[in-house]
Design a protein around this ligand. Sequence first.
Ligand code: ASP
Length: 323
Amino acid sequence: MEGSKISIAIHGGAGTIARSKMTAEKEQLYTSSLEHALNAGYDILEKGGSALDAVEQAVISLEDCDLFNAGKGCVFNSKGTHELDASIMDGSNRKAGAVAGIYCIKNPISLSRQIMEKTEHVFMMGEGAMEFADAIGIQRVDQDYFYNEDRHKQWLSIRDSEKFQLDHSKEKRKKKIVGEKEDTDKKFGTVGAVAVDKQGNLAAATSTGGMTNKKYGRVGDSPIIGAGTYAYNKTCAVSCTGNGEFFIRGVVAYDVSCLMEYQGLSLQEACDEVIFNRLKEIGGEGGLIAVDARGNVAMPFNSSGMYRGSRSSDGDVVIRIFK
Ligand code: ASP
């Protein structure tokens, strides 16, 4: 398989991203951050590195950027603190690692990978995951590392309510909650990456801070294998973004793989069927990125925008926010 087409795709969240609110300066910031992450992953693939290394590095780059709701830029929960979720999957052997409800970890995606590689487990949460992180010397940061004035204001505006809100919203969204039809400015800032390497191996990774004012202990789709993340060499690698409750109920990432495996759909057909039909049917909003073993890329979303990018060895480079 050595020498096959390599591809990587990344996302920085989907949602109602209003073009009118996007200044040229802001757009440039998002674009260059996406480009930086995309190239961090692509360089690894180009040198013959593994898809797993590529998706981890791309996600680390996005976690370290405070524009996105993962790592440094993560949102505030109902207690005014941060709980981070992440997962990673290796499509060559279907090994996976995931964490939920962790805090003060600079790069949750790397902790997920360590769980996959250094334990017999797949999914660890809360204090136990933190103890494991300390035991293997994963980098901790102060709570202040995650402080961001805009996101703090977002949280203050709804902290005394039962409402929880999607990332990046501003004052206009005070009253909005997940699933409200009239909501016009929803964004999900979760990050993710999928890749296929020269050996034809696939991998997927997803990382998030969840949703503003989410209940303490709430876990979304991002760390759930099969919901927010999935990779299988025979079919595809998928990373999702959107209102997580719906992605969990739709088992979205695995559903894409199943449609390819059991119904023989192409990558694009399977992704479109899930995002535009099956997810929509239950009220889910958002999108996903996916690659298959031949290096094909699909990045469908049923919201108005999704921060996304892809690069393949046939020269294709895409970095886009809107439709
Ligand atoms: N899917 C994430 C969650 O529900 C949110 C996002 O995509 O931004 O936690």
